[in-house]
Design a protein around this ligand. Sequence first.
Ligand code: MG
Length: 344
Amino acid sequence: MQLRYHPYPLQLQHTFTVSGCSRSQTPDVLIAITHQGVTGYGEASMPPYLGESIESVCAFLARVDLFQFDDPLRTDDILSYVMHLDDGEPGAHNYAAKAAIDIALHDLAGRLLGQPIWRLFGLSPEHCTYTTYTIGIDTPDVVRQKVREVEGRFGRLKVKVGIEGDRRLIESIREVSDLPLTVDANQGWSSPEMALEQIEWLATQGVIMVEQPLPKHDLDGLQWLTERSPLPIILDESVQGPEDVIRLKGCCHGINIKLMKCGGLAPARLMIQLARMLGMQVMLGCMTETSCAVTAAAQLAPCADYLDLDGNLLISNDPFQGGMQVINGRVTLQTEPGLGIYEP
Ligand code: MG
């Protein structure tokens, strides 16, 4: 098996503002793993707050030796090797790099077996629900314009809140749309009491779920809020990998799983199983990514209560076609082998 990779910065269509930062580009590395003329694609997307960079991802990938493996279908052995490659190194944050390998190997396995990845997992694509389209923090005029642009194509909108003017933002959307909303505070609300007050108002505005209302380490506050909130509380920044799912029982109603945070489809599947065992809801999210990583996450969409898989729609230089599509607002899985994506 041969591994190739190259940096591919993603251009965002709109400058993206969430509570805490603003940006117009996301660093990204595309990879390809080839075995006997068949190629699987993978990707590492690095939003700045997760501590990875093009340099760190390329340095990690340079150490991955896939020539030692003859059979790409033995993904358990290969991914175990990759997952433990940086064991014991202080400050190692190579989850996006690991996710890239995991995605490419799953894509390759699907292509070699002639089956889409969701089918290798034994899932039913008709269980996929609506995905949200994210509206960033902006002026009321711009927000109304963005909502009008996507009305009809999406069944749910996600709104970034957590700064001054949250209510005005929601009211601006409600002037032009009655679609169900989810909100993401990105840790931006200052206290559990203030968050509860906001959530009680949001529940009267057709909001159906709240993501990361409080700072990620404020587990006491999150537990207090979860016991009282009229809307489900889903944690994102508090969650990285499988070990966090157990730690967060009682502090939320569910977790937001992202391949770039946890290291790919294999750990994501474990997180889903743990969450279900503990009675938690499951959300599948993404970073700003190409169709490659978004389609990879979508392979698990039949298992999720909430889907937030719009990352590829927020960029203007997606190098791939095919893969998962959003049709009438619903995630619609590809029937082609692997991820079903191709470079036109
Ligand atoms: Mg979030």
